[in-house]
Design a protein around this ligand. Structure first.
Ligand SMILES: [Mg+2]
Length: 233
């Protein structure tokens, strides 16, 4: 029986793609760069690649924040400051929050029936600001932000640090729900958790895993499927 649920935050509870797009457009505008669809799409590709490098331990969080803008500005031939862009972007990102469809209803329905924890790779200042602006802390028994933990998902040390902070924790009765195969599912499984892959776009597993052997225990397309699934698990 499941009694403890870890939730990823971005693109699982919060619609990060939307928040990112709005914060990015405002930042570029402020720096005098037209936030065209093409430019925003390039940023997304570059940004994702930097986060993958962070997951692999190749670069630091600070480098992610600067490199994504530096690489974008290089491509655009812009002499805008990556440092200024990073600071502006984070301040905008901290203001906005947008829920994934059904996320608030989901948390309301699980609250009181399960111990709920947030497990996120975000930046502490940004995530805390977004959580409090969305009034979300009240649902969670604990919020584990990788910057504060000192390790990032999928590092097993991240998960072990989380487990150590949970009284009476048991892997057998715990599950992680997240949209990322590499950080949530592979990381969770590596730490001994059961895993539920949130796959709203219905991307085939073989495609989403990029050839890596990652096998979630369960998969959902909508958050509204989760309450029943947790009972069955
Ligand atoms: Mg995510």
């Amino acid at each position: 029986m499941i009694d403890t649920v870890f939730f990823d935050l971005d693109n699982t509870i919060f619609d990060f793609n939307k928040a990112e797009h709005i914060a990015l457009a405002k930042t570029l505008e402020e720096l005098g760069i037209p936030p065209s669809e093409e430019t925003c799409a390039r940023y997304s590709v570059i940004n994702l690649a930097q986060w993958k490098l962070l997951e692999k331990g190749v670069i630091t969080r600070r480098e992610v924040k600067l490199r994504r803008f530096r690489l974008l500005f290089e491509e655009l031939g812009s002499d805008a400051s990556p440092e200024q862009a990073a600071a502006t972007y984070e301040s905008y990102l901290g203001i906005g929050h947008y829920f994934m469809e059904g996320a608030e209803e989901l948390l309301q329905s699980l609250y009181g029936h399960y111990r709920l924890y947030l497990a996120t790779n975000g930046t502490a200042a940004v995530q805390k600001s977004r959580l409090s602006s969305a009034d979300l802390e009240r649902y969670f028994d604990g919020i584990f932000i990788s910057e504060e933990i000192g390790f990032n998902k999928p590092d097993v040390r991240y998960f072990e640090s989380c487990f150590a902070r949970i009284p009476g924790f048991s892997r057998e009765s715990s599950v992680i729900v997240g949209d990322s195969l590499s950080s949530d599912i592979q990381g969770g499984a590596g730490a001994g958790l059961r895993t539920i892959w949130f796959n709203p776009a219905g991307v085939p597993l073989s495609e989403a895993s990029g050839g890596e052997n990652i096998m979630p225990d369960r998969e959902i397309r909508r958050l509204s499927e989760l309450p029943q699934l947790l009972v069955e698990m």
